[in-house]
Design a protein around this ligand. Structure first.
Ligand code: CO
Length: 359
């Protein structure tokens, strides 16, 4: 392994930069430009480009292998879209992707205006001391919430280029925790993007027989659309979606219901709601991991859906699986993961590509 490129400071730096970018589904420009620039600047691929749907695609040619391995990680994050501006300047919104409504009230929001300016807001609803006891017991629905950006009228909002269709998301600062853990927004799935970029750095100077294809995919959170068009273009013979997945190793969850654990390495999916993963691809992952002592765990079936569920249907079918970095509190304003799990995920992909177990 090349320690120069698999540098924990570089991994941390990319985690912070990638997760801080704003890239709600369908509006991923910041993320794709950052990623394409890094690939080009560091010469990480033989070819890289942005496709019509907004994916960043890249190809790293192999020597003499028959396979075309696709690695996919999504660049979008869940967020909001403004649906109505009222006379007093309060904004109504709809959800882009799946939020847990219980955690929305009182949260800090960032919105991006038509001119690219960032505005801050707070999600509010009818205050608790003005609500009845019955109302306070219920989870407030999004149509009863609003975003307060401190403006006084609809005219002021519109003058600032915030309109119907403006996007935003919840925000929280990137922070380092004890025990090599880090916290931040949008770890789902900028962590996967980080893994892909560092895998590219690791294999840059190395011989590998199979060709490696990359899709930094748009619009996963609203239906895996970027994964579908990217895989169609790249024509893989096998695929791995790299995700961030819910670590359920927290109080109140019984052992059989814990999908994955923090600190036990990348999680290999056997089945989620979108796919029964391919046993041969999983075997190649596991055999190579065991050969080089890479930590891994299985993710319990059948939680969530992933880009792999879309990739498998491309053209005449693509044997596919999912590898995830365990992460607590995804689809909330802030997530927590262990950097060691991220490092082991990069190692797992590198050894998979090199395939010393010759599976
Ligand atoms: Co995700």
């Amino acid at each position: 392994m090349n320690d120069e490129t698999l540098n924990i400071e570089s991994i941390k730096d990319f985690q912070k930069k990638l997760s801080t970018l704003l890239g709600v589904s369908g509006h991923e420009e910041e993320v794709r430009l950052f990623i394409l620039e890094e690939i080009e600047k560091r010469e990480l691929a033989d070819k890289s480009w942005i496709d019509p749907l907004g994916n960043v695609l890249a190809i790293k040619e192999g020597n003499d292998g028959n396979d075309r391995i696709l690695l996919d990680a999504h660049i979008d994050e869940i967020g909001f879209m403004i649906s109505h501006i009222d006379k007093k300047g309060f904004l109504r919104f709809v959800s882009i992707g799946g939020w847990d409504n219980r955690i929305l009230l009182g949260q800090s929001v960032i919105l991006k205006s038509g001119e690219g300016q960032i505005f801050h807001g707070i999600i509010g609803s009818k205050p608790p001391h003005l609500s009845t006891i019955e109302e306070r017991k219920k989870v407030v629905d999004i149509p009863k919430m609003y975003i307060d950006i401190g403006m006084n009228s609809d005219e002021e909002v519109i003058d600032n280029k915030i309109n119907i269709g403006t996007i935003g998301t919840l925000t929280s600062p990137y922070v380092e925790f004890p025990n090599g853990m880090v916290r931040g927004k949008a770890f789902d799935d900028r962590t996967g993007c980080n893994v892909l970029l560092h895998t590219m750095m690791l294999i840059k100077e190395k011989d590998h027989s199979d060709t490696v294809l990359f899709n930094f995919a748009a619009q996963e959170e609203v239906g895996g659309f970027g994964a579908l068009t990217g895989a169609y273009k790249l024509k893989p013979t096998m695929a791995i979606a790299i995700e961030n997945t819910t670590a359920g190793d927290v109080p109140g969850i019984k052992k059989p219901e814990i999908p994955v654990y923090i600190g036990k390495g990348p999680a290999i999916t056997v089945a989620d709601k979108s796919i029964i993963t391919n046993p041969q691809v999983n075997k190649r992952l596991i055999k190579n991991a065991e050969l080089e002592n890479v930590l891994y765990q299985y993710k319990k079936p059948r939680y969530g859906g992933t880009d792999a569920g879309k990739i498998q249907f491309t053209r005449s079918g693509v044997p596919s699986t999912v590898v995830s970095v365990p992460c607590r509190y995804i689809h909330s304003p802030t997530s927590l993961l262990k950097l060691e799990d991220l490092v082991e995920t990069i190692r797992l992909l590198e050894v998979f590509i090199r395939n010393p177990a010759s599976v």
